[in-house]
Design a protein around this ligand. Structure first.
Ligand code: PLP
Length: 414
């Protein structure tokens, strides 16, 4: 396949890395490879080496790389109408909103470009609705320790991990945190001023931490009793990642506000906030906006990707493959550094008692991409349609890397 015009194919890996290090902000701890192409569960670097991609752009490429038909949809829409403004109506945006609502709960949709923006919208809506409905003092947001909601100031203030706050204080006032899975702490903090409780149903960046039995249902009951909105951030675990279309459906607990992102645009930047219909009037004309949100280009891509997810049998097959991946990972528990295996569907993690970054680096060397969260956790978020043989290969590489890490620890000077 010939490279698209403007591609940097002629640059070698070393050229790309040198240029990037010279001109890009140093805010990412990048692995030393330069990727140029992807297909299904695989990506290729500038030197032609291929990697099994269990990162997928961090849970974005749920249908794999370059799925058949995607480029045609994008090309056709780009050639027709890429962007106008939310001052006007466009069909792809309206249609995608309709499909999202029909598949979830009676709600209205706001489109934006990134997960953090979807969460900003959720926070703003919760505050405005709280004030308008219950008075000016109802604006506080209770979020959870170990959570991750994004890097802009509202979402960052909701994020319950000090390491992301460092150097950026002061944060937005009115945010409070309690431990995940602790109903007593939550009940104690909820008050007249709490506009919303905001949480990820599964804490993804926090190390793939699962809610304990009944936790989400009890949170829901508490929120309803205290007239507090419940916001689920499904930016990472929504859209089929857990094996159900939405993670809340997995746990049988419906939020008032739901945020989505990552895979929503099929690989193009797109995110959304869905809020129950009765909340929508709080975001009247002029109250909130984003220039590029839900452009015809990304919405058409999103519509195409969403319909793929909804195809008969797609999620069922993904659930089965998620169970297979989990079964294989369970087999790693016997290796000493492995402390835990956890997750759901196509978001799985292995917690180690050694740093995970060298393990990820060894995996990369052997042709497997994985992410590290919370220093000691290897997280796997393959495409939802990953193949069995690809899972087998990934597990083999991961197992070898963990064994190697154990060996190196054993031989390190005390
Ligand atoms: N919320 C969750 C649960 C996430 O995992 C992330 C990103 O990893 C975000 C929000 C932020 O999304 P974005 O990076 O698109 O702003």
């Amino acid at each position: 396949m010939s490279p698209p015009s403007g591609s940097t194919k002629e640059l070698t890996r070393a050229d790309i890395i040198q240029k990037a290090d010279a001109f890009l902000m140093p805010n990412y701890a990048r692995f030393p490879i330069a990727l140029v192409r992807g297909e299904g569960s695989w990506v290729w670097d500038a030197d032609g080496k291929k990697y099994l991609d269990f990162v997928g752009g961090i849970a974005v490429m749920s249908l794999g790389h370059a799925p058949e038909g995607f480029a045609d949809v994008v090309k056709q829409q780009a050639a027709t109408l890429a962007h106008v403004s939310n001052l006007y109506y466009t069909a792809p945006q309206a249609e995608l909103a309709e499909e999202l609502v029909k598949a979830s709960f009676p709600s209205k949709v706001f489109f934006c470009n990134s997960g953090t923006e979807a969460n900003e919208a959720a926070i703003k809506l919760a505050r405005k609705y709280g004030k308008e409905t219950h008075g000016d003092e109802k604006y506080e947001i209770v979020a959870l320790f170990n959570s991750f909601h994004g890097r802009t100031f509202g979402s960052l203030s909701a994020t319950g991990q000090v390491k992301y706050h460092k150097g950026f204080e002061p944060l937005v006032p009115g945010f409070f945190h309690v431990p995940f899975n602790d109903l007593v702490a939550l009940e104690a903090i909820l008050g007249m001023r709490t506009a919303a409780v905001m949480m990820e149903p599964v804490q993804a960046e926090g190390g793939v931490v699962m809610p304990s039995e009944d936790y989400l249902r009890k949170v829901r009951e508490m929120c309803t009793k205290k007239k507090t909105l419940l916001i689920f951030d499904e930016v990472q675990v929504g859209l089929g990642r857990t094996g159900k279309l939405f993670a809340y459906q997995q746990f049988g607990v419906e939020p008032d506000i739901l945020t989505l992102g990552k895979s929503l645009g099929g690989g193009l930047p797109m995110a959304a906030m869905l809020a129950k219909t009765e909340l929508a009037s709080a975001l009247g004309p002029g109250s909130h906006a984003v220039t590029m949100g839900g452009s015809p280009l990304v919405a058409q891509a999103g519509l195409w990707a969403f319909r793929k997810l909804m195809e008969n049998g797609f999620l069922e097959k993904s659930r089965q493959m998620g169970a297979y991946l989990r079964e294989k990972l369970e087999g790693l528990r016997a290796i000493p550094p492995v402390q835990d295996v956890r997750g759901i569907g196509m978001i799985q993690a292995v917690e180690l008692n050694v740093p995970a970054r060298p393990v990820a680096a060894m995996c990369l060397e052997e042709g497997l991409l994985v992410t590290v969260v919370q220093d000691r956790v290897v997280r796997l978020v393959p495409p939802l349609n990953v193949k069995r043989a690809e899972v087998d290969r990934a597990i083999k590489i991961l197992e070898e890397a963990i064994r190697q890490a154990e060996k190196e620890r054993g031989s390190a000077p005390a």
